[in-house]
Design a protein. Structure first.
Length: 329
C-alpha cells in the first residue's frame, strides 16, 4: 500500500464524530486479516452469540498476526496508535472499529467481493480521508431490523402495496459527496419514477445506547439534502443493560437545508412487565409520509401515510427485549 497522509486523515474528523476516544483503529491488511479481526472483536463483544474466529479454529496465535501488522500514524482523538498490540489490550466495548484503507483496496475488496457475506457488519467509507468505520451488528440489532420490516409490510398490506415496496436491506449506497454507507435496513418503491435513482427512500439504523451519538449522526447522514440519499431515516438505540429503546425519526424536506426531526421518544419496560413511553406526545407513533416513501402522491382512498401505532411500538419493544434478555429469564 502507499503511504498514509496523516494530515488528510486528521483534517476531517467528522467521519468518526460520535465514537468514543478509545475506539480501536487498525490498518487494513487484506480481506482475510480484516475478517479475522472482525470475528475476534465480535466474539469478544458478543460472546457466544458471535461467530467463532478463524484464528481460533486454525490455531493461529496473536504473535503470528502481530508479525504481519503495520503501524501507521495515530489518529487524533484516539488513545491507541493503530498498533495491534495496543488494540488487543484495549478493553473498549464499542461496537465500532476503524480501519485505514486505500480507496482502491476498498473498491476491490468491499464492492467487488462476496467476502462481506460472512461477517455481520455495516460500513461507512470516506475515500478522501481513507477512513472505514465498521459497526459490528449484534443478533439483537438484526432481529430489531427484521421486526421493523415486518411492521412496514403489515402497514402496507391493507393498501395493497406490500409487493410495491423493495427491500434494499444493507446495500452499500454511494452518496453525492463520494462517501459510501450501509444501513441496517432500507426500503424504496419497487418501480421508482423514471427520473428517480434506485435507492432507498426509507432507511433504518440500529445501534446500542453507548453509540447513540454516532447513531444520531448516521441517521442525519441519510437525510442530509446535500447527500441526496433517503427521504426518511429512523434510528433505534437499544440500551445494553435494561429494557429501554430510544427511537428518532428524521426527514429530508424540500426547501430546507437541514434534516428535520419528526419524532423522538423512549420506550421503557418496568419489572412488572408494564411498558411506558417518555414522550411529549401522549400516544407516540411513527408516521412515514406516503409521498416520501413511494416518491409519488397517494392515488386512491386506500393509500395513505404509513403509521406504526403506539400498540405496535409496544409489541416491537417486547419482542426485542424477549430476545435481548432471554438468558436472564
Amino acid at each position: 500500500m502507499s503511504g498514509l497522509n496523516e494530515s488528510t486523515i486528521q483534517h476531517d474528523l467528522q467521519d468518526i464524530e460520535g465514537l468514543p476516544p478509545s475506539v480501536k483503529v487498525y490498518h487494513y491488511n487484506g480481506m482475510d486479516d480484516f475478517c479475522r479481526i472482525i470475528f475476534l472483536e465480535n466474539d469478544r463483544l458478543y460472546g457466544s452469540s458471535g461467530p467463532k474466529t478463524q484464528d481460533r479454529e486454525s490455531g493461529a496465535s496473536y504473535e503470528e498476526r502481530k508479525d504481519q501488522s503495520i503501524t501507521p500514524p495515530p489518529i487524533k482523538g484516539t488513545t491507541n496508535t493503530l498498533d495491534d498490540s495496543n488494540n488487543w489490550d484495549n478493553d473498549d466495548e464499542s461496537e465500532h472499529l476503524i480501519f485505514i484503507i486505500e480507496p482502491t483496496d476498498f473498491e476491490h475488496d468491499f464492492l467487488d467481493s462476496d467476502s462481506l457475506l460472512q461477517v455481520n457488519i455495516r460500513i461507512f467509507f470516506n475515500p478522501k480521508t481513507k477512513i472505514l468505520v465498521v459497526k459490528m451488528a449484534s443478533p439483537v440489532d438484526r432481529e430489531a431490523a427484521l421486526i421493523f420490516h415486518d411492521m412496514i409490510e403489515e402497514a402496507l398490506e391493507p393498501m395493497g402495496l406490500k409487493n410495491a415496496i423493495q427491500l434494499l436491506g444493507s446495500t452499500i449506497m454511494l452518496a453525492t459527496d463520494g462517501t459510501k454507507k450501509q444501513a441496517d435496513g432500507g426500503w424504496g418503491p419497487q418501480r421508482p419514477p423514471r427520473d428517480a435513482p434506485r435507492r432507498p427512500t426509507l432507511v433504518l439504523e440500529v445501534s446500542n445506547s453507548r453509540s447513540y451519538a454516532k447513531l444520531h449522526r448516521n441517521v442525519q447522514y441519510w437525510v442530509d439534502p446535500e447527500k441526496q440519499e433517503a427521504n426518511v431515516a429512523i434510528g433505534i438505540s437499544l440500551h445494553r443493560n435494561k429494557p429501554e429503546i430510544t427511537i428518532d425519526q428524521w426527514e429530508c424536506s424540500s426547501g430546507v437545508s437541514q434534516p428535520i426531526q419528526k419524532a423522538h421518544f423512549i420506550i421503557r419496560g418496568r419489572s412488572n412487565g408494564q411498558v411506558y413511553f417518555n414522550s411529549e406526545n401522549p400516544l407516540p407513533q411513527l408516521v412515514i409520509p406516503f409521498h416520501l416513501l413511494f416518491r409519488r402522491p397517494a392515488e386512491n382512498n386506500r393509500e395513505h401515510d404509513i403509521v406504526i401505532s403506539t400498540r405496535e411500538l409496544v409489541e416491537f419493544a417486547i419482542m426485542v427485549w424477549d430476545m435481548q434478555f432471554k438468558d436472564e429469564k
